[in-house]
Design a protein around this ligand. Structure first.
Ligand SMILES: [Zn+2]
Length: 330
């Protein structure tokens, strides 16, 4: 993918990655993916991506604040910021790319001659990752769900890379870490970073499809802490406030919709539960004489996310139940 800016230029520069995808709406032009480069003195390069899913807006907000406030004259190294990585999806407030219906965070390593989502993935993995020293990809629950705010390091096969990922997660400063372990998806930005040997962390920052002011402030603070950790800016020393680390040890521990119906939720993200605890009523408002189901938590655990939907289809996630692995923090 071509860039309309020079990533080697000193100073702050705004341009686009030119996503060429010919359809009825845009036959011979391109779909602009904004790229911001802020390059100062010698130092590391940090990649900040947000809008990988187009209905998650806390990350793009914090990324835009950082892009506006970092002065290249007081920066060691370079920030490459893509505040709307999946720009066609952000324009549509859509989780997936509206041009081809694909999920960018399940599209890596992608392909330079694939569909639009595959081309964006390839651009990041093949063109951008090799030139950066660290990366962060800002997610939240989007319209569909709400996540207890957390950072996501991958437990990579390379133990040294895992340590660096964990250091980035701790430096960001949220009290909760969700470690991506054996059940991680090899088609995510995290996996692209692992394949290219780049230390990386993702985030989940609430959700609901809007912008929570408190969580967005925490995100901006976290990005600054990450830059202090990497020696890029002066500032408050990264705090070590991580109190808990969780992992999805078995997808069957989570609660899914048993039928089509209305989930009258009784649990929420951030809650510790026991197997058998009441999780909510499951009503059938379209068959009003049918009695509701009483849903319970399938296992002991920590609820990392809950659905943000009311009426759901059979198989949809209602509560993401994780296991506490805080002992691995030490
Ligand atoms: Zn996401």
């Amino acid at each position: 993918m071509h860039l309309t800016l020079d990533l080697d230029a000193i100073g702050t520069h705004h341009g686009d990655a030119m996503l060429r995808w010919s359809d009825n709406s845009n036959p011979l032009g391109y779909h602009p993916i904004p790229v911001i480069s802020i390059k100062g003195r010698a130092g590391p390069t940090l990649l900040i991506t947000a809008g990988t899913h187009g209905d998650e807006f806390e990350g793009p907000s914090a990324a835009m604040r950082i892009a506006r406030s970092i002065d290249p004259e007081h920066l060691n190294g370079q920030l490459i910021i893509l505040p709307a990585l999946n720009a066609p999806a952000v324009r549509a407030s859509s989780r997936v790319t509206p041009l081809d219906g694909a999920n960018l965070n399940r599209a890596f390593p992608g392909h330079p001659q694939g569909g639009p989502t595959a081309m964006i993935a390839d651009f990041i993995e093949a063109q951008i990752m090799p030139r950066v020293d660290a990366a962060i990809d800002l997610h939240s629950g989007g319209k569909a769900s709400f996540f207890q705010p957390c950072t996501l390091p991958t437990r990579t096969k390379d133990p040294e890379l895992y340590e660096k990922n964990l250091d980035l997660a701790v430096a960001f400063g949220l009290p909760l870490i969700w470690r991506l372990g054996a059940n991680n998806d090899a088609r995510s930005v995290n996996s692209a970073a692992e394949r290219t040997g780049v230390p990386m962390v993702a985030t989940e920052l609430g959700g609901g499809g809007g912008v929570d002011p408190e969580i967005t402030n925490q995100t901006e603070t976290g990005l600054r802490r990450l830059m202090v950790h990497l020696g890029m800016i002066d500032g408050e020393a990264p705090s070590k406030q991580t109190k808990k680390m969780v992992e999805v040890t078995d997808p069957l521990n989570s609660l899914y919709a048993p039928a089509e119906g209305l989930f009258d939720r009784a649990v929420k993200a951030g809650q510790t539960v026991k197997a058998g605890d009441f999780a909510g009523w499951f009503h059938f408002p379209l068959e009003s004489e049918r009695p509701p189901l009483r849903l319970t938590c399938p296992t002991d655990g920590f609820i990392l996310a809950h659905t943000n939907r009311g009426y759901v289809q059979r198989g949809e996630m209602l509560a993401l139940v994780t296991s506490d692995i805080s002992d691995d923090l030490n």
